[in-house]
Design a protein around this ligand. Structure first.
Ligand code: 13P
Length: 255
């Protein structure tokens, strides 16, 4: 059975001291939650401090990006082994903001996903269509290309351990979340493709989570949608109370 997976992507928010205060408060509020897999993704400068503040807790830590080489002359970049050593267990790969503003491609997402897996990090691989692609009926074609390229060369066991975040670009930061039907349609399609390409077991184990304007007010409806295994939360993860509320409302007994 797939436990709900709820991750907070802080994007470029919070200084190290702010991140530590958040982590210490948050771990206390969610300490009894054993039926949700919880992750926070601070900016990379705060990954180590947040991992320390969350040590021996039920909250994991993700970095928001990585570079695929292990080390070398790549000014400004950080590698998967560095992230792992800093205390994170997850890394977000291919977020649409990286694709839009920093020229991330499906091919680079593949290199990063492979590098993360090689360093024993769980990649949270982001895919999703833009508004004009949806309006032109290209949603499934876009998802197909993203899945096929980003996961190329992965073994079924590796795909089974992944988190795939379906984040329709038009829903990110806009207040317009996908409806439960739209989420189900996309997630069902993604799982079908995983089944075709990597087999039934990998497709069953893989978490497919939804992202885009998730809030305490809509998390229950989204999680009740078929094939939605959790959420990648942006704005609503920035305050301890609202993110803790998203987690509380994701507990299986409450959905
Ligand atoms: P919002 O929840 O702010 O729409 O952001 C979603 C997102 O991009 C998470 O990665």
């Amino acid at each position: 059975m797939r436990l709900p997976f709820i991750a907070g992507n802080w994007k470029m928010n919070k200084t190290v001291p702010e991140a530590i205060v958040y982590a210490k408060q948050f771990r206390r509020i969610v300490e009894d939650v054993t039926d949700v897999e919880i992750v926070v993704a601070p900016p990379s400068l705060a990954v180590h401090a947040v991992a320390e503040a969350l040590r021996s807790s039920n909250v994991g830590v993700a970095a928001q990006d990585l570079y695929w080489a292990r080390e070398g002359a790549f000014t400004g970049e950080i590698s998967a082994p560095m992230i792992r050593e800093a205390g994170a267990e997850y890394v977000i790969v291919g977020h649409s903001e990286r694709r839009t503003y920093f020229a991330e491609t499906n091919a680079s997402v593949n290199l990063k996903t492979c590098a993360a897996l090689a360093a024993d990090l769980t990649p949270i691989v982001c895919i999703g269509e833009k508004l004009d692609e949806r309006e032109h009926g290209e949603t499934f074609a876009v998802l197909d290309l993203q899945i096929r390229t980003a996961l190329e060369g992965l073994a079924p066991e590796q795909v089974g351990a992944l988190v795939i975040a379906y984040e329709p670009v038009w829903a990110i930061g806009t207040g317009h979340h996908a409806t439960a039907d739209q989420a189900t349609e996309a997630h069902r399609h993604i799982r079908r493709r995983l089944r075709e390409q990597f087999g039934a077991e990998a497709a069953e184990r893989c978490h497919i989570v939804y992202g885009g304007s998730v809030k305490p007010a809509n998390i229950r409806d989204l999680l009740a949608a078929e094939e939605v295994d959790g959420a990648l939360v942006g704005g609503a993860s920035l305050e301890v109370e609202s993110f803790a509320e998203v987690v509380a409302r994701s507990r299986p007994a409450t959905v």
